[in-house]
Design a protein around this ligand. Structure first.
Ligand code: SIN
Length: 289
């Protein structure tokens, strides 16, 4: 098994590894690379639903996939697999979620008290162009913050909104409130320590309807704009161009991700699993950094 850094801020490609034949020692190497790089790419995999779930389970307990935008439950027999797809089924409804539009920068389900620790996406069918998935490294982004911005966010928390998903779709049963202080969601520290590595990282969630606790709304908006502009700079991100059989694994505590739009007439089918959050995101005592 080989590990190749994709960018210094985030991502490594694991090669010479067939996940179906992976040994315990190789899995330890995978976890080490994941801790070091925040996101991992495995090419040329051939994973049945069962093998995908078995691999994901090695990282921790799996989340049951949420009910999708189409109101359907996920893949029959595999309640942990969520379908991300624009393909229309025989009943005239999409077989999965997120459509063909852009999915804006976010980290998964940060509106929960215990958001999922990790997510993984496996490519089954792809459009000829577009639909690239981007990762951004939030430890590098934190380390690269100017000191005045570090001071401004020290000890502060963001309210993470749960009204809309990253494709801009309203979640089922949630009422839209224009004031982020009134919308559904959870508060988390802006700078969180990774539970295994202790490395501090920005934990931003998503921009829409976010709010910095304790600030007047215009002040909160200005601070969030400044943070988002910094965190998504080109030096902290990379775009992954998919091939069928690719598996991308990211640590929600150390990365953000987004997706480019693609032609709605083309077909894209991805399977996703998520590892349950073992703890709430932990604050970092910034004086000790
Ligand atoms: C997501 O935002 O979780 C989906 C990303 C993708 O479809 O590439």
């Amino acid at each position: 098994m080989k590990v190749r850094e994709i960018t210094p801020a985030v991502g490594a490609e694991i090669s010479d590894l067939d996940i179906n034949l992976m040994t315990g020692g190789e899995f330890d190497g995978v976890v080490e690379a994941w801790d070091n790089h925040g996101g991992l790419l495995f090419r040329n995999q051939n994973l049945s639903n069962e093998a995908f779930v078995a691999f994901a389970s090695r990282f921790g307990e799996l989340e049951a996939a949420p009910v999708m935008e189409n109101g359907r439950t996920p893949v029959p027999g595999y309640p942990e697999i969520y379908v991300v797809s624009n393909v229309i089924g025989s009943d005239g409804k999409p077989i999965g979620s997120l459509g063909a539009g852009e999915a804006v920068w976010h980290t998964d389900m940060s509106y929960l008290e215990n958001p999922p620790d990790a997510s993984m996406l496996y490519a089954l069918e792809l459009p000829p162009a577009g639909g690239d998935t981007w990762l951004a490294g939030m430890s590098a982004a934190y380390e690269g913050l100017p000191d005045d911005l570090k001071d401004k966010i020290s000890g502060k928390r963001i309210k993470h909104d749960g009204t809309f998903n990253s494709g801009g779709f309203r979640r089922a049963g949630v009422e839209v409130r224009e004031d982020p202080r009134e919308s559904v969601g959870a508060y988390h520290p802006i700078v969180c320590a990774h539970p295994r590595t202790g490395r501090p990282a920005l934990y931003l969630g998503r921009r829409r309807l976010a709010y910095v606790e304790g600030l007047e709304l215009p002040e909160s908006e200005a601070l969030l704009d400044e943070l988002w502009e910094h965190a998504t700079k080109s030096e902290f991100v990379f775009a992954h161009k998919w091939r069928v059989g690719d598996l991308l694994v990211w640590d929600n505590r150390a990365t953000l991700h987004r997706r480019d739009p693609f032609d709605a007439e083309a077909r894209r089918i991805m399977h996703r699993t998520q590892i349950k959050g073992a703890t709430a995101p932990n604050a970092v005592c910034t004086q000790n950094i």
